[in-house]
Ligand binder design. Structure first.
Ligand SMILES: [Zn+2]
Length: 190
């Protein structure tokens, strides 16, 4: 029998499992843009007779929900969407592999798109509040004073950043960068 390569063995949160024309989404899945995706880390099971795909959770990591506080690392930034890999949930280590989205809504007017004020940069550790978990899509906010960047390294040279007023400055190369800093920037403990 020919084994189909398109059936994945281990699904990550948000991972595409199938398209809705081929399968129906069961437990542990959600639909986004015509694709069936996994809510969690788990083992997908494809039932070829009922054309149903499900994901059994591999771990029991608690799912971030509205009102929770997370600590995570900025994994990627695309336009105004910041993807944050969640490592701590309410001060407990969370290895569920969840990713939260921080959507920057307030884009200030400016001629140069590159000058959009990003509250954090790639690799930053941030604290955020979970606003909503909508079918596995976790929306974050850093509006509270305690939320924002808690640790950062220089985006130019990788040096340690220290707080100078409302900005942070690299102790190695001296570059000054702007972030939305948490009140305990660089002073937090996990
Ligand atoms: Zn530097």
């Amino acid at each position: 029998m020919k084994s189909s390569k398109k059936f994945i063995k281990l699904a990550l949160p948000g991972e595409k499992l199938a398209v809705i024309e081929e399968f129906e989404g069961g437990e542990g899945t959600y639909i986004h843009n015509g694709s069936i995706r996994s809510i969690t880390i788990g083992i997908p099971s494809y039932n070829l007779r009922s054309r149903k795909v499900e994901v059994k959770s591999k771990q029991r990591a608690r799912i971030p929900n509205s009102g929770d506080t997370i600590i995570g690392q900025v994994e990627s930034i695309q336009n105004n969407i910041i993807n944050v890999r969640i490592h701590y949930l309410n001060n407990e280590i969370n290895d569920g592999g969840f990713t939260g989205l921080l959507i920057i809504k307030t884009i200030k007017a400016g001629k140069d798109k590159q000058n959009l004020p990003m509250p954090c940069k790639l690799g930053d550790l941030i604290r955020a509040r979970v606003v909503n978990n909508n079918n596995g899509i976790i929306y974050l906010s850093i509006d509270r004073a305690e939320d924002g960047v808690i640790f950062a390294t220089c985006s130019v040279c990788g040096g340690k950043m220290v707080k100078i007023g409302n900005n942070i400055k690299c102790v190695e190369c001296g570059i000054i960068e702007r972030r939305k800093l948490a009140i305990d920037f660089s002073k937090f403990s996990l």
